[in-house]
Design a binder for this molecule. Structure first.
Ligand code: C2E
Ligand code: MG
Ligand code: MG
Length: 689
């Protein structure tokens, strides 16, 4: 910190101190001069008067005798002494004698000025000369004449000037010295300590400004400077505390106190760097465990968020207690935790820790006053083992562990799964599908095919199931692959709306052109859960003028049964519109028989897997048919591929059949041709209600 001399406080205060000393000094000097001037004037007058008193007698005698010569001698003496000129006048005013000092050097400007200052009124001393002692003066005070004396102003002014110049010189010197002394004192007491403080502040490292309090310059502990430094240090301490708190909040989960995602990524980055530099193989290996609690949402929903939070805290404690000090446990959010194990010997060690975590969580049986059963799914990614291709960074490792965790979850939870390369392939594939779907929605690149259903007893056409088709990058993608992705991403809402519109448009056209043919549309879980779904169906029916009984909605059994109470109002509204409802893939879920009786459904579609078992293992198919008959529902057998199956189903009393034996799904034109033939034969479509 270098401040140019011209702008330095030292110079400024020196200038100010000197100026102040000068102003004060000059003011005092001016007063002194005025006083001296009046004293000089008085002294000059007094001296003249003294001389006048001395010569009064001889001058009076000279006037008495009218002796001009004597008078001249007396006056000459006066002029020599201190008068500029002197004269004696007689009583009648006539001049007896006059003497003047011969003119010397012409006066300088300064002398003129001083003379004007001291004797602006050009004073003259006039003294009455008394009649000599023998005369009558004592009696009547009469005078014989006058002695008039002009004061030698030039001499007085010269004396004054000499004094003034000496005083000015001395004053200037004194003022300068006082000013400099004041500046030196200020510098020592103020500027120097300030400079020291400034240098100390400048030395503070902005990266870590705390923990280095400023020291008080010597001798200033209890003065104002000491106070300023004490306040500064105090403020620094307060800021440090605040900074620590902010850092804690920015890097810690406020609920559990565990590291948050940012800190985890940071630690993971460090761990990867250390591992890649390590010499021994063990030190070069680390494992990332992605822990996700199973069915945590249920705890939150049923016991409330308070209990949910408490449970997360207990889980955090247990995870922390199950790993070594050098390992890191963090919370990524929700019920997801991450454990970073450093210096892992091999996969077995990571597996051992994962099992220990699972055991520790499952031993957690009580949270608050509630009994709980905690299980988790753990995905493990090991670095650098088990990864091929480039070395992943922290985010990459985390993503791998996440994929493995998803696999553990898909396998039923309460287990750990190691990451494998194909998980990434699947994830990438999924991403590709997702972006492809978005483009397909925008470009309306889907198509509907129609698979006929026939009456089992007569073989007459009873309707079609509309099935979606999508060609992506030149190949047909099965709906079994892309519908789940559309479900997860919410794109199914848009896609489902298009399917509904297209199916209703087709059903209306066929009804107008040929005759009424029911068309079934598959409805996914997300669509059914959408609060606007029933209204959408109503609007679409109206828009296309479709008679509601020509629309059938197929909902998979697992979807309906997952949350019957929630879906019931929507199903009732749909049923109220006159739309038929079928339970798809029946037999694969866990239908509650009690619910089945309450549900507003018309059709049970026997799942293909049970039809496939026919005629060797007919138990489930025959049970479903019996159940449907009891509940007055009609049955459709899916996936009928052989004549034996068809025969068995017809015999068993199944109402309708659908499957490759009857027909593969057909393009719209082919399906329409089938409708035309049916009505041309004047066949009446049997309604399966
Ligand atoms: P799903 O609703 O059970 O449809 C029946 C599936 O079985 C169709 O497969 C159909 O082509 C196939 N299938 C029909 N007969 C036979 C047979 O005899 N043997 C065999 N092996 N398969 C047969 P697809 O078209 O691949 O559809 C698969 C699933 O995708 C459907 O199962 C349905 O759940 C879903 N899906 C299809 N289209 C849509 C749609 O528009 N919306 C929704 N939400 N889901 C759809
Ligand atoms: Mg279906
Ligand atoms: Mg099905």
């Amino acid at each position: 910190m270098a401040i140019p001399v011209l702008r330095s406080l030292t110079l400024k205060q020196a200038i100010h101190a000197v100026l102040a000393a000068f102003v004060i000094g000059l003011t005092i000097t001016a007063a002194e001069f005025a006083w001296t001037a009046s004293r000089e004037r008085a002294m000059a007058l007094a001296q003249v008067k003294d001389v006048v008193a001395l010569v009064e007698g001889p001058a009076a005698s000279a006037a008495w005798l009218i002796d001009a010569e004597l008078a001249g001698q007396i006056l000459q003496g006066m002029v020599r002494a201190n008068a500029a000129w002197a004269e004696i006048r007689l009583g009648d005013g006539t001049l007896l004698a006059r003497r003047e000092r011969p003119p010397g050097q012409p006066a300088t400007l300064l002398e003129h000025a001083a003379t004007a200052l001291l004797f602006i009124d050009r004073p003259v001393v006039t003294h009455d000369l008394p009649t000599p002692a023998a005369g009558p003066r004592a009696a009547d005070g009469s005078r014989i004449g006058q002695l008039v004396v002009g004061i030698d102003t030039r001499r007085a002014a010269a004396g004054f000037l000499a004094y003034v110049s000496a005083a000015l010189l001395a004053g200037t010197l004194r003022n300068l010295l006082i000013g400099l002394a004041m500046a030196a004192v200020f510098h020592r007491l103020l500027t120097r300590p300030l400079l020291q403080i400034g240098r100390a502040v400048a030395r503070i490292d902005p990266e870590k400004p705390y923990g280095q309090p400023l020291s008080v310059p010597r001798g200033h502990a209890d003065d104002e400077l000491g106070f300023v430094i004490a306040r500064f240090n105090h403020t620094l301490t307060l800021l440090e505390r605040e900074h620590d708190e902010l850092r804690r909040l920015a890097t810690r989960c406020p609920l559990t106190g565990l590291a948050n995602r940012a800190l985890l990524l940071d630690r993971l980055g460090h761990a990867i760097e250390l591992a890649s530099r390590a010499k021994e193989p063990d030190a070069g290996r680390l494992a990332v465990l992605y822990v996700d609690l199973d069915r945590f949402k249920r705890i939150n929903d049923s016991l409330g968020h308070g209990v949910g939070d408490l449970m997360l805290c207990r889980v955090a404690e247990r995870l922390g207690a199950s790993v070594r000090r050098c390992d890191t446990v963090g919370r990524l959010g929700g019920d997801e935790f991450l454990v970073v194990l450093e210096r892992v010997a091999d996969r077995d060690e990571a597996a051992m820790v994962a099992q220990r975590l699972l055991d520790s969580l499952s031993s957690l049986s009580e949270v608050g006053d509630h009994r709980v059963h905690v299980t988790a799914s753990i995905g493990i990614a090991v670095h650098p083992l088990g990864t091929t291709g480039g070395t992943p960074d922290g985010t990459g490792l985390m993503r791998m562990a996440d994929s493995a965790m998803q696999a553990a979850k898909a396998a039923g939870g309460d287990r750990f799964v190691f990451y494998t390369r194909d998980m990434t392939d699947r994830a990438e594939n999924r991403l590709r599908l997702e972006s492809g779907l978005r483009e397909a929605i925008a470009a309306r690149a889907f198509e509907l095919v129609y698979q006929p259903k026939i009456e089992a007893a007569s073989g007459k056409l009873t309707g079609f199931e509309a099935l979606i088709r999508w060609r992506h990058e030149g190949t047909a993608v099965s709906p079994a692959d892309f519908i789940p992705v559309a479900e997860d991403t919410g794109l199914i809402i848009e896609i489902g709306r298009w399917v509904l519109e297209e199916a209703c448009r087709t059903a209306t056209r066929w009804a107008l052109d040929h005759g009424p043919v029911p068309v079934a549309v598959n409805v996914s879980a997300r669509q059914l859960a959408d609060p606007g779904f029933a209204r959408l169906v109503e609007q679409v029916l109206q828009r296309h003028g479709t008679p509601p009984h020509l629309l059938e909605l197929e909902i998979t059994e697992t979807v309906i049964m997952k949350d019957v109470r929630h879906h019931l109002p929507t199903l009732n509204r749909l049923r109220g519109l006159g739309v038929r409802i079928a339970i798809d893939d029946f037999g694969t879920g866990y239908s509650s028989l009690a619910y089945l009786r309450q549900l507003p459904v018309d059709v049970l579609k026997i799942d293909r897997s049970f039809v496939n078992d026919l005629p060797h293992a007919p138990d489930i198919a025959s049970t479903v048919i019996a159940l449907a008959q009891r509940l007055l529902l009609s049955t459709v057998a899916e996936g009928v591929e052989t004549a034996e199956q068809r025969h068995w189903l017809a015999e068993a009393g199944c109402d309708c059949l659908q499957g490759f034996l009857i027909s593969h799904p057909l393009a719209a034109e082919a399906a329409e041709a089938m409708v035309m033939t049916t009505f041309a034969r004047d066949e009446v479509l049997p309604m399966t209600a």
